[in-house]
Ligand binder design. Structure first.
Ligand code: FMN
Length: 199
């Protein structure tokens, strides 16, 4: 289970989960309210099962940071959107690659289902409707098929380009193998830097 709070992590442990994925609100897609930095150590302290950290991890430094907080694994989404093996439309990939740190937006807060995606015509229209408070029907109408528009049609204006804040650090298309090799080598480098700082 992917959890956004200590209470839900505890509940999942009680129900027999083998591990929990603790996801901060930096992440792409459906999100909670807390950041990875604040949430991971609190869940690590609260449960006795392994914690996998997610949200805002873009390279080995992020991975090392969450391991420092007590995580035993990481789940990465946004970085893999531009993997060569990922079959989303090229227009979507190009938008992720071009994105800067401040280019994501949260829609759906008013419905209780917040989603982080890249800012575009779709998110602007959605947020405008949310502010007008006209009810969920209009919002549902706007959102219907929006992920397909982005993923299949490459419609980067009317589609929902779900992506996390770390998109600003995603700069090129790579194979999964390259992404993971870079991740591990940067992780080892980061751990080495920490070790030397202590010595
Ligand atoms: C395009 C996209 C679609 C996603 N779809 C799902 C989903 O269907 N179910 C889910 O549990 N998480 C989903 N996620 C969240 C990822 O599994 C992962 O936890 C998250 O992307 C990690 O944060 P990051 O985006 O900062 O790497 C999605 C993420 C993205 C970017």
């Amino acid at each position: 289970p992917v959890v956004p709070s200590v209470a839900i992590a505890r509940r999942m442990e009680k129900l027999g989960a083998d591990a929990v994925i603790v996801e901060g609100m930096e992440a792409g897609g459906h999100i909670g309210q807390l950041t990875t930095m604040a949430l991971v150590p609190q869940v690590v302290d609260a449960v006795d099962i392994p914690v996998i950290a997610a949200g805002g991890i873009g390279d080995g430094r992020g991975m090392a940071a969450t391991f420092m907080l007590g995580a035993q694994g990481v789940q990465i989404g946004t970085k893999f959107l531009v993997a060569k093996e990922c079959n989303i439309h090229q227009n979507y990939k190009d938008k992720v690659i071009k994105a800067k740190d401040i280019d994501t937006e949260i829609t759906g807060t008013s419905t209780g289902h917040p989603i982080r995606s890249l800012r575009n015509k779709f998110t602007r229209q959605y947020i405008k409707l949310e502010k007008e408070n006209l009810g969920s029907e209009k919002l549902e109408e706007l959102a219907r098929g929006s992920l397909r528009k982005a993923v299949k049609d490459g419609d980067v204006e009317n589609g929902s380009l779900m992506a996390g804040q770390i998109a600003g650090m995603v700069s090129k298309e790579q194979s999964c193998e390259e992404i993971i090799q870079e991740l591990v080598s940067k992780y080892e480098e980061s751990i080495g830097i920490c070790r030397r700082a202590y010595e």
